[in-house]
Design a protein around this ligand. Structure first.
Ligand SMILES: Nc1ncnc2c1ncn2[C@@H]1O[C@H](COP(=O)(O)OP(=O)(O)O)[C@@H](O)[C@H]1O
Ligand SMILES: [Mg+2]
Length: 372
């Protein structure tokens, strides 16, 4: 097995495209059916068991409980935040707290308005409909959803061409829970129809530690506090990554040690998988290293940088850079990418006096990146 690739012989970064993001150990996206099944087992089922996101949890608790007291369906809820932060988990918790069934679909799964009409017209009163990746809903379906959300009504079009007629159809009052990783891509009219919008943030290391301990309990493995902190600190603020690293560390502890996860075995396992203390993997580090060693810290254009690490520009831009920017290790400027002093320090390289100083170049991300 090549170190750095997942067991099962998946290719390392050389063969990776942005679509292959899920193949990375430190990707926020879920990696296939097996991971989805394990995740289902690790999902907290009640709001009280949901770790972190204090404000969202408290606000949501109020929305749900006041609706329950009034015997009404609660406002529609929009959950926005990066992959792996707990949107699907919260959607399931919302239904459970309301004591209602959950119907699950997603933007890409609904190709035509008729598909959505079929789902909406078969909802029972009070049911919760979860639409994942709602920003990818096709336009006609989106317009049907407006009316459904507001008036609990849809127009079903019968026939084609000039003879087509729209038949209005009442649907049962329901609660829509939409999830999106791209709140900015959601059309205003759709966003406005959600009574409650929850922004999910990255988690603090202490919160991830709690999640790691909880997951270890459910997976029936022993882990000590130092090891849990080690895993949490490398998880990029993302519960899904924490759970995935935990499983890799567990594998290691079972095969190479006595099964109990200690700080020592956690460190050794994460070193084997090339996930460093800050959660950077091989791709992240090779981008930084190339930027520093070959280009003196920049500024260098994206495509040149990508060629130097043997990747597509898109892979570098979409897969590696967002986390590096968020960590303050790399800055995007109009003249190209630069490594920050923190990046030189992280890789243990001496910053030459000619290296660009953070702040002397206008960083694009500060000006153009909208907070989600
Ligand atoms: N707040 C949390 N507390 C405990 N576990 C969490 C939390 N948020 C996410 N997880 C875990 O992380 C994994 C991914 O969460 P998920 O809800 O599928 O994320 P998303 O839908 O935002 O991509 C799940 O296995 C879930 O158990
Ligand atoms: Mg999800």
């Amino acid at each position: 097995m090549t170190s750095g690739s997942e067991p099962g012989g998946r290719p390392p970064h050389g063969a990776m495209s942005p679509d292959g993001e899920a193949e990375r150990l430190v990707s926020g996206a879920a990696d296939g059916v097996e991971e989805q099944m394990i995740e289902a087992a690790l999902r907290p089922k009640k709001l009280d068991d949901f770790v972190g996101q204090e404000r969202v949890r408290e606000q949501l608790s109020l929305v749900l409980h006041s609706a329950l007291r009034r015997g009404r369906t609660p406002d529609h809820v929009l959950l926005s935040g990066g992959p792996g932060l707990g949107k699907t988990t919260l959607a399931m918790i919302i239904a459970a707290e309301l004591g209602q069934p959950l119907r699950i679909s997603s933007g890409p799964a609904i190709e035509r308005a008729g598909d959505l009409a079929a789902v909406l017209s078969t909802l029972a009163e009070g049911e919760v409909l979860f639409l994942d990746e709602i920003h990818r809903l096709a336009r006609p379906a989106e317009e049907m959803l407006y009316m459904a959300m507001e008036d609990f009504r849809v127009d079903v079009v019968v026939g084609k061409g000039p003879g087509a007629t729209a038949i209005p159809l009442d649907i049962a009052p329901f609660t829509l829970v939409g999830a999106t990783t791209r709140a900015g891509m959601l059309p205003g009219p759709l966003r406005d129809r959600f009574g409650f919008v929850a922004h999910m943030d990255f988690y603090e290391p202490a919160e991830l530690e709690i999640i790691v301990h909880r997951s270890a309990r459910l997976l029936d493995v022993e882990i000590d506090d130092a090891a849990a902190a080690e895993v949490a600190g490398r998880s990029r603020g993302t519960p899904r990554i924490a759970n995935r690293l935990l499983r890799r560390v567990r594998d290691y502890a079972e095969v190479r040690a006595d099964g109990t996860i200690t700080q020592e075995s956690a460190r050794a396992a994460l070193a084997l998988y090339e996930v460093d203390e800050r959660g950077l993997d091989r791709l992240d580090r090779s981008v930084l290293e190339s930027l520093m060693r070959k280009f003196g810290g920049g500024p260098v254009g994206l495509s040149t940088l990508a060629v130097s690490v043997g990747e597509e520009p898109e892979t570098v831009e979409v897969v590696a850079e967002p986390f590096l920017v968020r960590q303050g290790l790399l800055a995007r400027t109009p003249r190209g990418r630069i490594a920050t002093p923190a990046a030189w320090a992280h890789l243990g390289l001496a910053q030459p006096p000619t290296a660009p100083m953070a702040g002397t170049l206008f960083a694009l991300d500060e000006a153009t990146e909208q907070p989600e």
